[in-house]
Design a binder for this molecule. Structure first.
Ligand code: FAD
Length: 549
């Protein structure tokens, strides 16, 4: 039994509790201890990172500055600075040996790893790059597939590294496994279809009948006109033949994994820009087989997979891939319902809670184990800018408070479900609470205690990113709870967007970060002069999230 009361260490989290969990706050980070774990070679880049992040203007200008250096053919210089500072602090490295070593170092402190090849792809960037190289649609497509194959290979290599540190996860980004343009086109029908469903559901009971399906849902799909028998299509969705279907039924029956549903995704005419083109289905199949190959190797090597959430305009396909893999690899009939594949829910999106609950329901109907990573979300500015530019409603919550409320609601829902399943002796869902927000972590720890959740088999885990809130991570490990760090790696040029996001996230707390910089400097001085006193007033660890609730 590993409840907070008993404080027995979780299987992969060796540290034991040394304090009474019932007295005062449960989260007790020790900043000085976290700094003392770092070598001077690591503290120097950390000091530089904090100094740079202390200037929000500099961080805001950083992408422009990097582009300017590139234009002036001085990338070698900006890369050298980034490599010795942000990359050195936030990434585990580029080579297998140093990466595995970093993961082992974390494990010795009771912290697990989620290996993360941090290269990213987006629409315009990718299309520009492929067009520049290839100059023609077919060649661009071939180029995109070669790139996706290379990503899949890298993920397989990542699994090989993760396997060397038992208990680790590996993260994947679906945009790496297909041409982002294809993902975008195949994702397009999701929003109109969902909106049509909600509008058609006049009595708000979450179900629609054949007429509503035919008059609202089918026409919302780009290829809705191609359907020769609307009633045949409806029967395919209405599996229990009661004349009513809900959203989960629709998603299950009209997914791209059903070849009969694919014509619905096809654009109505060659001049239309809404929907997929024929070749997208071949690329879809390739993406699924790459994803399956990665999941199969993960299963063979017992490494769990986190499917990252990305931009909202790819997310329907990302969710779809995650669900296809979960159905196959989290099946209750296999490995006693092992949770191998985790999907991610960005709670800064207004629709995330409902999507999560729908997927939870789908897991129950299809008989697989639900496993979710909950984050607030990393692309808020970009999402809002794009929505404003293209004239659609932003998918992001209107306020930070709404995001906090949504995050807490998600955590609360899954904690209750875990507790209920444990009480009933059934297989619980799995919650991975990924956050740097100390108030959220504290709340999660309180709920574990109040609901008396047994964390021995990790139905609830916490997660932070390498180089962020380290003292908090160590404190969670010390409390005997499952805690993992994302361990990013990859070629410097490829992980640059990730590094910029970390700079932005840190600069959001610029007021406290200067104090943290001076704490790091004191620690460096202490090491170099051999003095013993080393207590910093405020450090990374002591920092509340910018937006602590
Ligand atoms: C282990 C781990 C894995 C992660 N994986 C992913 C992933 O797969 N996909 C992904 O997108 N991100 C991922 N992230 C990044 C995560 O989304 C950011 O770290 C997170 O947004 C920061 O939120 P927070 O919970 O730490 O704290 P906080 O600092 O409390 O919250 C800040 C966040 O709140 C939201 N927010 C801020 N202002 C507003 C506003 N005005 N209105 C509405 N919302 C607002 C934004 O999401 C912002 O990032 C991951 C993070 C961790 C720790």
């Amino acid at each position: 039994m590993s409840t907070l009361e008993s404080r027995a260490p979780a299987a992969t989290h060796a540290a034991s509790a040394t304090t009474d969990p019932l007295a005062g706050p449960l989260l007790r980070p020790d900043p000085a201890h976290a700094l003392s774990k770092q070598s001077v070679a690591k503290l120097i880049p950390l000091w530089f990172v904090y100094m740079a992040c202390g200037s929000p203007q500099l961080v805001q200008m950083a992408p422009g500055i990097l582009k300017l250096f590139e234009k002036l053919r001085l990338s070698w210089l900006s890369n050298a600075v980034m490599r010795r500072t942000f990359f050195a602090w936030f990434c585990a490295g580029e080579k297998e040996k140093e990466i595995v070593q970093a993961m082992r170092g974390l494990k010795e402190s009771g912290v697990g790893s989620i290996l993360d090849f941090s290269a990213e792809a987006d629409l315009a960037e990718d299309r520009d790059a492929t067009a520049a190289v290839a100059g023609a649609a077919d060649t661009a497509r071939a180029h995109a597939n070669v790139k996706a194959d290379a990503f899949a290979k890298e993920y397989l290599h990542g699994l090989h590294m993760s396997e060397q540190v038992p208990g680790s996860f590996a993260a994947i980004k679906v945009t790496g496994l297909a041409d982002p343009e294809v993902l975008y086109r195949l994702s397009m029908p999701y929003r109109p279809m969902r909106e049509a469903f909600v509008a058609a559901d006049h009595d708000n009971d979450g179900r629609i009948d054949f007429t509503q399906f035919k008059q609202a849902v089918l026409p919302s799909m780009p290829g809705g006109d191609r359907v020769s028998s609307a009633s045949g299509m409806f029967s395919m969705v209405d599996t229990n033949n009661d004349g009513q279907v809900d959203w989960v039924d629709l998603q299950m029956a009209l997914g791209l994994d059903n070849p009969l549903a694919r014509p619905l995704y096809l654009r109505a005419s060659p001049t239309s820009e809404y929907g997929a083109v024929e070749t997208d289905f071949e690329d879809y199949e390739r993406m699924i087989s790459r994803s399956r190959a990665v999941a199969q190797q993960a299963s063979d090597s017992n490494v769990r997979i986190m499917v990252d959430a990305e931009h909202s305009y790819f997310q329907p396909l990302i969710d779809h891939v995650a669900l296809v893999l979960q159905r196959e690899f989290n099946a209750q009939t296999q490995h006693g319902g092992r949770a191998l594949i985790f999907n991610t829910y960005q709670m800064y999106r207004a629709d995330s809670f409902q999507r999560m609950v729908d997927d939870y329901e789908r897991a129950a109907r299809e008989g697989w184990r639900f496993a979710a990573k909950l984050v607030r979300g990393a692309y808020m500015e970009l999402e809002r800018e794009r929505a404003a530019k293209l004239g659609y409603a932003s998918p992001i919550n209107p306020t930070l408070e709404a995001t906090h409320a949504s995050y807490n609601k998600g955590v609360n829902f899954l904690m209750q479900e875990v507790a209920a399943a444990q009480a009933a002796g059934t297989v619980p869902p799995v919650l991975f609470a990924a956050t740097h927000n100390n108030a959220s972590i504290e709340m999660g720890m309180q709920q574990l205690r109040q609901l008396n959740i047994d964390t021995t088999n990790e139905p609830v885990m916490f997660g932070q990113l390498l180089g962020m809130q380290d003292a908090v991570s160590y404190a969670i490990a010390k409390a005997g709870l499952p805690i993992y760090k994302y361990v990013p790696y990859g070629p410097l040029e490829e992980v640059m967007p990730y590094l910029i996001r970390r700079a932005q996230e840190n600069s959001a707390v610029a007021s406290s970060i200067r104090k943290e910089a001076s704490a790091v400097l004191s620690e460096i001085r202490r090491r170099l002069t051999g003095r013993s006193a080393a207590v910093a007033p405020t450090t990374t660890a002591g920092r509340q999230s910018s937006s602590a609730q």
